[in-house]
Design a protein around this ligand. Structure first.
Ligand code: HEM
Ligand code: SF4
Ligand code: SF4
Length: 369
C-alpha cells in the first residue's frame, strides 16, 4: 500500500484498517472512520494520526462482526492504543540509564528503563533545585498563612519555573516531531472545530450511545469524569495565574480571602480533580480491559495518582493554612508540583497535546474539504 512496506505493529494496524475501509459499518461512530475513508493507502504517519484521533470508546469493537474469535481478529481500540504507546515513547529524548534503577520497580508503571531513568533524573534534578533555592533565598514574610513564611518567593518561582520550563520544552520537542511525521494541517476554522471536539470529547460518545466503558454496555461516566479532571486542571491553572496577577501586577500578595478569585478557582478545580481522578480510579478497578494496551493503563494510573496528590495536598494547604501543619503540607505540595511538572512529558499527560493536534489536523482536512 505504501512505498516502504509497514512492519510489526504498523503492518497489523494497516491490515485491520484495510478491512475496516472495505466494511465501513462504523463510519458514523467517530472521526476515525471518515478520516480513514479519505485515504486509499496508509503511511506510518497516517496510522499514528488515526491512533491519536481514536478516543478508545470501544463502540466499534463491540459492534464488530469480525472481532475475535473471528479469523479477521479486528480490534481497532487495542491496536490504536498500542500505536499510541509507541508514539508517546518515540517522540521523547532519552537520558542515560541510572544504575540500580530497575530495583525501584518503575517498570511496573509501564516505563522502559530509558524512560524511567529520564523521569527519575528530571524529578531528582527538580527537587534538588527546590532544595537549593529554599536554602539560598530566605523566607522573609511574617504574615500568618502566607507561603512566603515557609519558602521565599524567588525560591518558589525558580524551582517551579525551571520544572515548568523543562516540561514545556520536552513536550514541544515531542509535539514538533509528531506534527512533522503526521503531516500537519492547520486552519483557524479547524482550530475552533478541534477545540469544540476536545471540550465536548465528542469522539468518546461513539455512535451517540456513549462509551462501552467500564463494561461492554454504554456509559457516560468515563466522559463525565474526564470533564471533571480536565476542567479541574484548567481551573487550578487559572487559580495560579490569577494569584500571580494579583501579586505581581496588583500588588496584593497572599494569603487571599476565601471569597477571592485564586481561592475560589483553586477550591473548585481541586474538588473537580479529586472527584474526577477518584472516580476514574474506581472505574479502572472495577474493570480492566484487555483492549487497552497494558502500558497505557499503567500510565493512566500514574497520571491519575499524580493529579490526586497535587489536588489533595493543594486543598490541604488551604484548609490548614492557619495551623502548625501548614509548613509540612506546603512543602509536600510544592515537591509534588515540581516533580509532576518535571516528569509530565514522560507520563500519560502528553495525550493532551497529541490528541489535540490530531483533532486540529482532522478538522483542518474536514473544513478544507
Ligand atoms: C485536548 C484535550 C483532551 C482530550 C482530547 C483528551 C482525551 C482523552 C481521552 C480520549 C482519554 C481516554 C482514552 C485514552 O486516551 O485511551 C483520556 C484519558 C485521560 N485524560 Fe484526557 N484529554 C484531554 C485533556 C486532558 C486534560 C487537560 C487532563 C488533565 C490534566 C486529562 C487527563 C486525563 C486522564 C487522567 C486520563 C485517564 C483516564 C482514565 O483512566 O480513563 N485529559 N483523555
Ligand atoms: S470495526 Fe469491524 S464493523 Fe467496524 S468498520 Fe471495522 S471491520 Fe467493520
Ligand atoms: S473512537 Fe471508538 S469507534 Fe472510533 S476507532 Fe476508537 S474505539 Fe473505535
Amino acid at each position: 500500500m505504501t512505498e516502504t512496506p509497514l512492519t510489526g505493529l504498523f503492518a497489523e494496524a494497516e491490515r485491520q484498517l484495510v478491512i475496516c475501509n472495505a466494511c465501513r459499518y462504523c463510519e458514523g461512530y467517530c472521526a476515525v472512520f471518515p478520516a480513514l475513508e479519505l485515504r486509499r493507502s496508509l503511511t506510518e504517519g497516517d496510522i499514528i494520526h488515526l491512533a491519536n484521533l481514536c478516543h478508545d470508546c470501544r463502540d466499534c469493537y463491540t459492534a464488530c462482526m469480525y472481532a475475535p474469535p473471528h479469523d479477521f481478529a479486528i480490534d481497532p481500540p487495542a491496536v490504536f492504543s498500542a500505536v499510541r504507546r509507541d508514539t508517546y515513547d518515540r517522540y521523547l529524548p532519552r537520558l542515560p540509564r541510572l544504575p540500580g534503577l530497575s530495583r525501584l520497580g518503575l517498570s511496573r508503571l509501564g516505563l522502559s528503563r530509558g524512560r524511567s531513568a529520564t523521569m527519575a533524573l528530571a524529578a531528582l534534578a527538580a527537587l534538588a533545585v527546590l532544595a537549593v533555592c529554599a536554602f539560598a533565598f530566605a523566607a522573609p514574610s511574617r504574615v500568618p498563612g502566607s507561603p512566603y513564611r515557609i519558602i521565599g518567593y524567588p525560591a518558589l518561582v525558580s524551582a517551579a519555573g525551571l520544572a515548568i520550563a523543562w516540561g514545556i520544552a520536552i513536550t514541544c520537542w515531542g509535539a514538533f516531531r509528531y506534527w512533522r511525521d503526521t503531516g500537519g494541517g492547520f486552519t483557524l476554522a479547524g482550530l475552533a472545530a478541534a477545540t469544540a471536539a476536545a471540550v465536548t470529547l465528542r469522539n468518546l460518545r461513539g455512535g451517540g450511545a456513549d462509551c462501552a466503558y467500564p463494561g461492554d454496555d454504554p456509559s457516560p461516566w468515563r466522559r463525565r469524569l474526564h470533564h471533571l479532571v480536565a476542567g479541574g486542571f484548567l481551573l487550578c491553572t487559572a487559580s495560579t495565574v490569577t494569584a500571580a496577577i494579583s501579586q505581581d501586577f496588583l500588588g496584593d500578595p497572599p494569603p487571599y480571602p476565601l471569597l477571592s478569585a485564586p481561592v475560589l478557582l483553586g477550591i473548585l478545580g481541586g474538588a473537580g480533580l479529586v472527584a474526577g481522578c477518584g472516580g476514574l480510579l474506581l472505574l479502572k478497578n472495577i474493570f480492566y480491559s484487555h483492549r487497552t494496551d497494558g502500558g497505557i493503563t499503567s500510565r493512566d494510573y500514574a497520571l491519575l495518582l499524580g493529579l490526586l496528590v497535587l489536588s489533595v495536598s493543594g486543598l490541604l494547604t488551604l484548609v490548614l493554612r492557619d495551623t502548625a501543619a501548614f509548613a509540612p503540607v506546603l512543602v509536600i505540595h510544592l515537591c509534588a508540583v515540581v516533580a509532576c511538572f518535571a516528569i509530565a512529558p514522560y507520563t500519560r499527560f502528553v495525550h493532551v497535546i497529541y490528541r489535540f493536534l490530531a483533532l486540529v489536523r482532522d478538522s483542518a482536512s474536514e473544513v478544507g474539504g
